[in-house]
Design a protein around this ligand. Sequence first.
Ligand code: FPP
Length: 271
Amino acid sequence: MILLACTSLNYATAHPSQDKLTLEHNMPPTQLPNHIAMIMDGNGRWAKKRMLPRYAGHQAGLKTVRMVVEQCSTRGIKALTLFAFSSENWSRPYQEVNQIMSLFFQALRGEQRRLQKNRVRLRIIGDKSAFSPNLVQRISETERITASNDGLLLQIAANYGGRWDIVQAARTMAQQVQAGQLDPATISEANFATNLATLDCPDPDLLIRTGGEQRISNFLLWQLAYAELYFTEVLWPDFDEMALVDALNAFASRQRRFGKTGDQVQSANNP
Ligand code: FPP
């Protein structure tokens, strides 16, 4: 009995939202973020705690990817952007880089049926020029197959860096100016944003980072300008439905002011 009580106490501490699952399911869509970005951190530590190779952590992380895609799809979230591999991750041991790349390669094919079933549209954002021709081909194939799906837009950031993204957008526009197709006086935040890797996707409303670190790590630097930031100690492979609900509840409790005063926002919400 005592053991049972302790177990449920620990469970409640780890998941403050366990009683709120039903509540969350009934949450009005206006309180849900349209676009969630996630920094999936903690795979290596998850594996180390279990005396497993780091690769086992990445494999377990893929299961969490499946869960968040499914959850976001069924909850009516419009877009989900996952940071799978940063421009800086190439400096990891050669074997680990290879393992992440092959996991990515296999997942693109292995997940196709599930993506179709959930009507998910896949987009890979990042500098693909560093990928093997096989991987580039599989990316194009999966993007093409899912292109007409009308559900969740799933953006996987692979060999992605926020500074790279801004530079490549600036380069594209500079080339348009040089070719006489663009008047520099017409460059705006809005048309600059359409040249970013995220194209027409609205900016994230919520950034979730697992694994306890509290930084952006060169992810979506431009796009995160007004995102609500949510950091959790939970390691990515342990990030489950209830941990997601905690993040969604935290988001719902925030007041987004976009530079206005709190009173202005309140009176706009309750005219
Ligand atoms: C960060 O944890 C995780 C990564 C660099 C890889 C993420 C890959 C996956 C979740 C699996 C494949 C994903 C897709 C989309 C196919 P870390 O290794 O830095 O963890 P640590 O900080 O504990 O060392």
